[in-house]
Design a protein around this ligand. Structure first.
Ligand SMILES: Cc1cc2nc3c(=O)[nH]c(=O)nc-3n(C[C@H](O)[C@H](O)[C@H](O)COP(=O)(O)O)c2cc1C
Length: 196
């Protein structure tokens, strides 16, 4: 049986297309064990001077850091427990939502999810698959250096060792109702097919 970790980052709730794509994937994987983490309903705090040490390799003693440490440990445990990580990715001002960036700030921990070796960095989260459910108003070439969300997310995942990444994109959602419907239908079929 598969263990799926879902990370949702849309701020649009029931109207979210990235959430719709995630739900289509989950509907096509009956029987899976699912941890569904919605960063809109339950955001990971931004890293601040009060919390920074708590997300590091070794958190110092103290209540300021204990809460941060416990949350980071839980988020990291969810990653290691999953076989498949499904990430909802709205394009926000050409990048990833800040809620999703905060999640990575807690999860990318030296010595736990990656390490530096004599030959460079090594991801320690191995043998997992990631599926990115991407939604955006416009249409972009992800290699052109304008829309940076997909390449950034692949870098973050790759840094912790997750290199088997599928991207499903619903785009052109602001190009009129017909274009939007066609984009959503196509992306929904594509992500559901990945579950097979
Ligand atoms: C704050 C914000 C910034 C956005 N920036 C972009 C953008 O740079 N390019 C784009 O094509 N769409 C942009 N959009 C549109 C969203 O990507 C689009 O509405 C998408 O469907 C959002 O995902 P969701 O439906 O899962 O919420 C932006 C939306 C918001 C709310």
């Amino acid at each position: 049986m598969s263990n799926i970790l879902v990370i949702r980052s849309a701020a649009t709730g029931d109207a979210s297309i990235s959430n719709t794509l995630i739900d289509a994937y989950l509907a096509a994987t009956p029987g899976a064990t699912v941890v569904d983490r919605d960063l809109d309903a339950d955001p990971v705090p931004h890293v601040t001077s009060r919390s920074l040490a708590g997300i590091g390799r070794q958190a110092p003693e103290g209540t300021d850091f204990a809460t941060t440490r416990a949350l980071a440990d839980m988020l990291i445990a969810e990653v290691f427990a999953a076989d498949t990580i499904v990430i909802g990715l709205p394009l926000y001002n050409f990048g990833i939502p800040s809620t999703l960036k905060s999640w990575f700030d807690y999860v990318l921990r030296a010595g736990t999810t990656f390490q530096y070796t004599a030959t460079g960095p090594e991801g320690l989260v191995k043998g997992k698959k990631a599926i990115i459910a991407h939604a955006r108003a416009g249409q972009y070439d992800d290699t052109a250096g304008i829309a940076l969300a997909v390449p950034h997310l692949k870098s973050l995942l790759g840094f912790m060792g997750v290199t088997d990444v599928e991207v499903v994109t619903a785009e052109g959602l602001a190009f009129g109702p017909e274009a939007a419907a066609a984009a959503i239908t196509g992306a929904t079929a594509k992500i559901a097919a990945l579950a097979k």
